[in-house]
Ligand binder design. Structure first.
Ligand SMILES: Cc1cc2nc3c(=O)[nH]c(=O)nc-3n(C[C@H](O)[C@H](O)[C@H](O)COP(=O)(O)OP(=O)(O)OC[C@H]3O[C@@H](n4cnc5c(N)ncnc54)[C@H](O)[C@@H]3O)c2cc1C
Length: 243
């Protein structure tokens, strides 16, 4: 299939590091891998690759790259949901081989654009934003960005301490929990990200380039809400996961 799309099907990578999430979110696992041929892979933050477990497999899944293009490895942040593919991924160990397609996609971060941005992420939809933020930090580039990050529970935040460090670049993070009961103390927002929440933190949102990443309902609902506020389709970049 990838061949038909004019892409080299895949390269062989070795898994070098497997890091499981915090005790409260053990399903999120970071997979760091390096190409066995030592070739540096080039990509733009926001792109994804498809992973295969065996060279002849028809089964593959796509994952956003979470590492910066400046690294000699690729990192993927994957939520192991015990589905067809993730149940197989869960069995992998450091040192195992995995087959990775060339990065591709249209969800491309414009790091040089002088404008302001707004990142909207749901759950593990945060992954491509790590690539973008890590890249900015390595390039020592400041950017005015709001990140609205929705998680089910307060302990689901991926790499909260790392996200803190990006405040120095100009990042403002608004966390919102969607499933924690009110009895659990929490300083952030509650409920799904919606236009009211966006307006209250980022009144200039309509003058920002929007990057949206998450499941289909999350993305579609927010695109509708942003368009209803007068934003143009081309100002809203989106990466939709799922059918
Ligand atoms: C461009 C792109 C980038 C993606 N990047 C990432 C990424 O960085 N990290 C990541 O974890 N996933 C990412 N995904 C989703 C990934 O491709 C798989 O769909 C996911 O890992 C489930 O695969 P599976 O075979 O285990 O589940 P399946 O057996 O295919 O599906 C099980 C069901 O679970 C649903 N589902 C998929 N993901 C989740 C989830 N996180 N929580 C709850 N239900 C879910 C599916 O819609 C389906 O209904 C991305 C998808 C696309 C298209």
């Amino acid at each position: 299939m990838l061949g038909k799309m004019g892409l080299k099907p895949f390269s062989i990578y070795e898994i070098n590091e497997l890091t499981h999430g915090e005790p409260d979110s053990p399903r999120i696992v970071s997979f760091k891998m390096r190409p066995k041929d030592g070739q540096k892979v080039t990509f733009i933050p926001g792109m994804f690759s498809s992973l295969f477990l065996n060279p002849n497999d028809k089964l593959f899944r796509s994952y956003s790259i979470a590492s910066s293009p400046n690294e000699d490895y690729l990192e993927f942040m994957i939520e192991l949901i015990n589905g067809k593919f993730t149940s197989q991924l869960a069995k992998l160990k450091e040192g195992d081989e995995i087959y990775v397609s060339e990065p591709r996609g249209a969800f491309l971060f414009d790091s040089n654009g002088g404008g302001k941005d707004m990142f909207l992420a749901a759950g593990i939809g945060i992954a491509p934003f790590f690539s973008m933020l890590r890249y900015l930090k390595q390039m020592n580039q400041k950017k005015d960005i709001y990140l609205f990050y929705s998680i089910k529970h307060r302990d689901d935040i991926v790499n909260p301490l790392e996200l803190e460090t990006y405040k120095a670049l100009g990042l403002k993070v608004i966390y919102t929990v969607t499933r924690d009961p009110d009895s659990i103390p929490w300083n952030g927002e509650r409920g799904r990200i919606n236009i009211k929440m966006i307006q209250s933190h980022a009144p200039d949102f309509a003058h920002r380039t929007v990057y949206l990443c998450g499941g289909i309902k999350f993305v579609k609902d927010l695109v509708e809400e942003l368009k209803a506020e007068g934003m143009k389709d081309e100002e809203i970049k989106r990466d939709i996961w799922g059918e």
